[in-house]
Write a protein that binds this ligand. Structure first.
Ligand code: PLP
Length: 380
């Protein structure tokens, strides 16, 4: 493969080498169905148990609170539809307007079948203010779903405070932690959340696998019906190799969580380089998200009178991979719902790009990205 600079880690991350190595034997040698009782299956059954325990330890949960799913989208769908279907249709669901489409579309679905749904607006930095939740929540709210950190602008939400308000009113709290887990230390007991969604490919695990944390005692209906896998709540033969890969990747990420500090340094250097190259914040570009509380390596900027799509393609020609927003929305060239929600001025909104750095990026990568970007902006 030709040399590229990959700076779209929020779309997906490179598979961790240890995760890849750990997965191999469950694809080729230890291929027994974990639900069978004979000796070939024992190893995959044990692998599932160990993976569940490892993942639970990484977020301070109990092993039987971890339910394997096919990824973030399924976890979000299950969390919202599964809890709503377990409570009365008169009860409301509250979500923010900047949630991932997996949450927003699930909310639209339950709205169509009769549940009231309330959408919370955000500040210009993409924060869901606790006062805002306090102003709309009632004792008739069944579920509040607020993401841990936004996938476009990286803003980290005040989850613990939002959980406190929700519980005071007897509502369950779900957080979509797909972008945060493995990058920020997460302790479900300390946060108090009832449900948390995660996806392996965002933290160095394989694609198509994830989990939903469901606090013991939470009322939720089964999402996939069939066999008795996942405590009878999510049927289907388990994707053993991917589950093993996910657990190894998560353990690796959590053990090396401090790497975030050096990624943040790269991010600072990037902005220094924009200044050195003559681009001024506020004049040529604006920086989106909360500067002092965002995911490490998340850079979301909007350039004045530019086209983010064109910038992305020009960088691609130079071997630099970045995006204009959420990966699942890359076919949709309109301004994203997140950029709209944070009120990016109209002269800037179309010129939005997202650069998401990882531990694999170097200072040299950042210099090249900044240099190419500045030259594209000046020439276009
Ligand atoms: N939630 C958020 C915040 C995401 O960023 C994504 C993926 O981009 C998802 C959910 C969906 O995850 P998956 O790709 O595993 O379905």
């Amino acid at each position: 493969m030709k040399n590229i600079i990959y700076a779209d880690n929020a779309a997906t991350a490179k598979l961790n080498k240890k995760a890849y190595e750990a997965m191999q034997c469950y694809l080729v040698e230890e291929y027994g169905n974990p639900s069978q009782a004979y000796s070939l299956s024992r190893s995959s059954k044990y692998a599932l148990k160990y993976a569940r325990e490892t993942i639970a330890k990484c977020i301070n949960a109990e092993p039987d609170e971890i339910y394997f799913t096919s990824g973030g989208t399924e976890s979000d769908n299950w969390a919202i539809k599964g809890t709503a279907l377990a409570f009365d249709r008169k009860k409301a669901v509250i979500a923010s307007v900047i949630e991932h489409h997996a949450v927003l579309r699930s909310c639209e679905f339950i709205e169509r079948i009769g549940y009231p749904v309330v959408y919370l607006g955000v500040t210009q930095e993409g924060i869901i203010k606790p006062e805002k939740l306090e102003s709309v929540i009632t004792d008739n709210t069944g579920l509040v779903s607020i993401m841990y950190a936004n996938n476009e602008i990286g803003t980290i939400e005040p989850i613990k405070e939002l959980v406190g308000i929700s519980h005071k009113h007897g509502a369950l709290f779900h957080t979509d932690a797909v972008q945060a887990i493995g990058h920020l230390a997460i302790d479900v007991k300390e946060l108090g959340v009832d449900l948390l969604s995660a996806s392996a490919h965002k933290f160095g695990g394989p694609k198509g696998i994830g989990f939903l944390y469901i606090k013991n005692g939470t009322d939720i209906v089964s999402y996939l019906n069939g066999g008795s896998q996942e405590h009878g709540l999510r049927a289907g033969t388990e994707n053993v190799a991917s589950i093993v890969g996910m657990s190894v990747a998560l353990e690796e990420s959590v053990t090396n969580i401090s790497v975030g500090t050096s990624i943040t340094e790269l991010e600072k250097e990037f902005f220094n380089l924009l200044t050195v190259n003559g681009l001024e914040e506020g004049r040529e570009y604006i920086r989106n998200g909360k500067k002092d509380a965002h995911l490490p390596g998340f850079i979301n900027i909007s350039f004045k009178d530019k086209d983010g799509e064109a910038i992305m393609h020009r960088l691609d020609l130079k071997g630099i991979m970045i995006s204009t927003g959420a990966a699942c929305d890359s076919v949709n060239t309109q301004v994203s719902h997140v950029i709209k929600a944070i009120n990016v001025p109209s002269a800037f909104e179309k010129g939005t790009i997202r650069i998401s750095l990882s531990k694999y990026n170097t200072i040299q990568d950042v210099k090249e990205i900044a240099q190419c970007l500045c030259s594209i902006i000046k020439k276009s």
